[in-house]
Design a protein. Structure first.
Length: 81
């Protein structure tokens, strides 16, 4: 491919690692959403944040958006007391 990857073996390996990472992060987002939905102490805002994070993780690279939103909400609620 170029002088750094003459045999062209590194690029496919990196692509495969990225796919594994994205699938793992999506699985975590699904787990977090299900955990939030089934939590009896979660209110509707927590559920919406978790589902919004799941949707965001589907559309954008990476994951953990729902968890990040819920943690940010918790910090906000704590600071308002």
């Amino acid at each position: 491919m170029n002088r750094y990857d003459k045999d062209g073996r590194i690029a496919p390996l990196l692509a495969a690692a990225l796919v594994v990472l994205e699938v793992s992060l999506m699985a975590y987002d699904v787990y977090d959403a299900i955990d939030t939905i089934t939590d009896p102490e979660a209110d509707s805002t927590d559920v919406l944040l978790s589902l919004g994070g799941l949707a965001g993780g589907t559309a954008a690279p990476g994951g953990g958006y729902g968890k990040m939103a819920k943690v940010t909400r918790g910090i906000w609620k704590t600071s308002q007391q």
